[in-house]
Design a protein around this ligand. Structure first.
Ligand code: C2O
Ligand code: CU
Length: 453
């Protein structure tokens, strides 16, 4: 392939403000309310909570190996923290209130986050306190760590996917943490946005190769994306390289990411739908890919190259210690007794853990540098994207069936009444959260602490 061909790509489409780390030492992320036109023409703007004035917050771009140095300035009326989802960082920088730091106080509290970025990939940031409301009102952004050797593409785009429950005046319905949402599938909205607005179309040029980074920042919605007439190739999941493979439907639970190579092989002036049909009876068109009338940029696409591996320790499966975690509760399941555990609907190994109640002993204490194989058992009638902080795990099997391809991640979606085995090296000392990323589940019992010593 001629590299110049790629550099001559279509003009970049800026969907959200981008900030390159190296250009902005000591930058500040300020949390404050604002209003934003989520729905667009004919509707009033929506009152939202933002990082630096926009939803999503600035797209932070760094190079692998660089150091993040960001001061968070909390201008909200509520306490908060910022968690850097998927990044392997020192425990004190993980942004979990009461566990790794004191909350950043309302109306002027500040906290300096500073950590190196060992892994390249697509990550994101969001508060870890009162998450159903704080994330639900728009506090999140992409954290992109570019590889040392960049994958040659014409455009590198991130789509931060989120959804909102809006009323007729386009304002958030203020029923965060309702019993109904918390005990069922979480707060699923009625309006889906890509980078903070309903998008009609992604303008593309025939022959263009796009790297599309998908981030599911929704509280609870799971996406199953299909690109009609196109065959996107998955090159990374949760930021970590996989052997490239084409996928007709990209399924992303809350918290999860996928990096796709989207080759625009259709004809100029054509349009193709991007469909989300995860919930089959509620399928909808997320947007269109709209081809310009320009002549194709190239007539054939070179093979999709694999990304270089990230430098985390690989577990030794044969010698790994086995542990079992059972997730229970929820509607149609064994919900905790409401007289004893008011407002707690979910359990981890039989016990609900109220949000940030860390008087509980850690669920497990793991030995540093040892390999562990965790069997995660979902004994509920609901999906759960289970996220482990501070580590990267391998997804070993689903319902006893080994995975065909080697797959790594920090969040794994477990189907109802199913089980998944994950394996990892406990190589990062500290107290790490393990929780469901359906935020209404996380805050009503489905959370635990795993200690690495
Ligand atoms: Cu993205 Cu514990 O969170
Ligand atoms: Cu859950």
């Amino acid at each position: 392939m001629d590299r110049r061909e790629f550099l001559a790509g279509a003009a970049a489409l800026a969907l959200s403000p981008k900030v390159h780390g190296a250009d902005a030492p000591g930058r500040v992320l300020r949390l404050a309310p604002a209003s934003q036109a989520l729905v667009g023409a004919g509707h009033p703007p929506t009152e939202v909570w933002t990082f630096n004035g926009t939803v999503p917050g600035p797209e932070l771009r760094f190079r692998q190996g660089e150091t993040v140095r960001i001061e968070v300035d909390n201008a909200l009326d509520v306490d908060t923290t910022v968690h850097w989802h998927g990044v392997r960082l020192p425990n004190a920088m993980d942004g979990v209130p009461h566990v790794t730091q004191a909350p950043i106080a309302a109306r002027g509290g500040r906290f300096l986050y500073e950590f190196a970025l060992p892994d390249a990939g697509t990550f994101w940031y969001h508060p870890h306190l009162a998450s159903p409301e704080q994330v639900g009102r728009g506090l999140y952004g992409a954290l992109i760590v570019e590889e040392r050797a960049r994958l040659p593409v014409d455009r590198d785009l991130a789509w931060v996917l989120s959804d909102w429950r809006l009323d007729r005046t386009a304002q958030s319905v203020e029923d965060f943490r309702s019993f109904m949402d918390s005990s069922h599938g979480g707060r699923i909205g009625n309006t889906v946005t890509v980078n903070g607005a309903i998008r009609e179309a992604l303008p593309v040029r025939a022959g263009e190769r796009i790297r599309l980074r998908l981030i599911n920042a929704s509280n609870a919605r799971i996406y199953g994306l299909g690109f009609e007439g196109h065959a996107p190739v998955i090159v990374a999941l949760d930021g970590h390289p996989v052997r490239p493979y084409p996928s007709e439907r990209v399924v992303l639970g809350p918290g999860m990411r996928a990096d796709l190579i989207l080759d625009c092989g259709a004809a100029p002036r054509t349009q193709h739908r991007v469909i989300d049909d995860f919930y089959p009876r509620r399928a909808y068109e997320l947007m269109k890919m709209a081809y310009s009338d320009e002549p194709p940029l190239r007539s054939a696409f070179p093979p999709v190259p694999a990304l270089a591996d990230n430098p985390f320790a690989r577990p030794e499966l044969a010698r790994a210690e086995r542990l079992r975690i059972v997730f229970g509760g929820g509607m149609m399941g064994a919900m905790p007794n409401q007289r004893e555990h008011r407002g707690q609907f979910w359990t981890v190994n039989g016990r609900p853990v109220p949000e940030h109640d860390h008087r509980h002993a850690p669920l497990f204490t793991l030995q540093r540098k040892r390999s562990y194989l965790l069997e995660l058992v979902n004994q509920t009638s609901w999906h759960h994207p289970i996220h482990l902080h501070g580590h990267v795990f391998r997804i070993v099997s689903r319902n006893g069936k080994p995975l065909a391809l080697e797959e790594w991640g920090d969040t794994v979606l477990i189907d109802p009444d199913s089980r998944v085995e994950i394996a990892f090296v406990a190589d990062n000392p500290g107290d790490w959260m393990l929780h469901c990323h359906v935020l209404e589940h996380q805050t009503t019992g489905m959370m635990a602490v795993v200690r690495v010593v």
